[in-house]
Write a protein that binds this ligand. Structure first.
Ligand SMILES: [Zn+2]
Length: 296
């Protein structure tokens, strides 16, 4: 299970959410047939999108669409997040999932090279109930994902945030994946900020902590430097969930118009549509396509 826990540190002056998304990222790796490089990029991206589903979505019908368009070879990355009570439901897409780059000189996966450091990160929050829409756009900082989202939180949401995301992956698949996000309350003192900074400077990377089987509770203590953290929530979850259906793709086919549908019937006699988020295939035979033309 993908375990997520929320804590308060320093008597409520800092909050921290920790996520172990190893199983989720392995599931996404298999769905999109990701390479080690794209597993690392997508793993970091999907982890923060999933966390945002729990920290930024308040109502069940709201959604967040996150898009990274960078200059690197993986192309566009998209995540759509919804919330159902304590569950963050996420679906993701990457334009070029088969990209594989050599390791950097420090032995780490070159996520920044794969995503690119020129481009933008776009976050669109939509509410089905109020019809309100919020759109935040920031230029990419490094393409390493965590830095780019930190910039987004600081400039678009005015929320100074410490964000760490990590994925450990080898040819057999995802070994560990997860992240944490620390936010300071306005009443945090210099002393507490210094303690957190010191703890962060000594802490191993999140993927290393998870690979060494540290619990989320232990991780929250290590990265905040507070032994007396208080548990807020431990029943949170991030799940892969695609809401595609044959009906949705029917609407898409109808929207391409009579002429093009007739062309498909003449040339192929059938249509196969693949969902770009979950790779599920939907087949429409000649009769079904002819029925759709009648609806236009
Ligand atoms: Zn789908």
């Amino acid at each position: 299970m993908n375990k997520i826990e929320r804590y308060l540190a320093y008597d409520g002056k800092a909050s921290i959410i920790c996520a172990n998304t190893t199983e989720l990222i392995e599931e996404i790796r298999k769905i999109h047939d990701l390479t080690p490089t794209t597993t690392a990029a997508m793993g970091r991206f999907a982890t923060i999108c999933g966390i945002m589903g729990l920290t930024s979505i308040k109502e069940n019908d709201d959604s967040i669409t996150v898009q990274i368009k960078g200059s690197g070879p993986v192309g566009t990355i998209v995540g759509v997040v919804k919330r159902e009570n304590n569950i963050s439901k996420i679906k993701t897409y990457m334009q070029n999932p088969l990209v594989e780059l050599p390791l950097k000189s420090n032995g780490k996966i070159d996520v920044g090279g794969a995503v690119g450091n020129v481009g933008f990160l776009n976050v669109i929050k939509q509410s089905d109930v109020t019809d309100a829409e919020y759109n935040g756009l920031v230029p990419l900082v490094s393409g390493e994902i965590a830095e780019d989202f930190t910039e987004y939180f600081a400039t678009s949401e005015q929320k100074p945030t410490v964000l760490a995301l990590g994925v450990l992956v080898n040819k057999d698949g995802t070994q560990s994946a997860g992240g944490y996000m620390i936010n300071l309350m306005p009443d945090a003192t210099e002393n507490e900020i210094t303690k957190i900074e010191e703890a962060l400077s000594k802490a191993p990377s999140i993927s290393e902590l998870l690979a060494n089987n540290k619990s989320l509770n232990e991780i929250a203590k290590i990265v905040t430097g507070d032994e007396n953290i208080q548990l807020l929530e431990d029943n949170l979850e991030i799940k892969f969930d695609c809401d595609c259906s044959k009906e949705k793709f029917e609407k898409g086919l109808i929207s391409i118009g009579k002429e093009d549908l007739n062309k498909i019937i003449e040339e192929d006699g059938r249509a196969e549509i693949v969902c770009q988020f979950c790779n599920k295939k939907y087949n429409f035979n000649k009769e079904e396509l002819e029925e759709l033309i009648k609806k236009i």
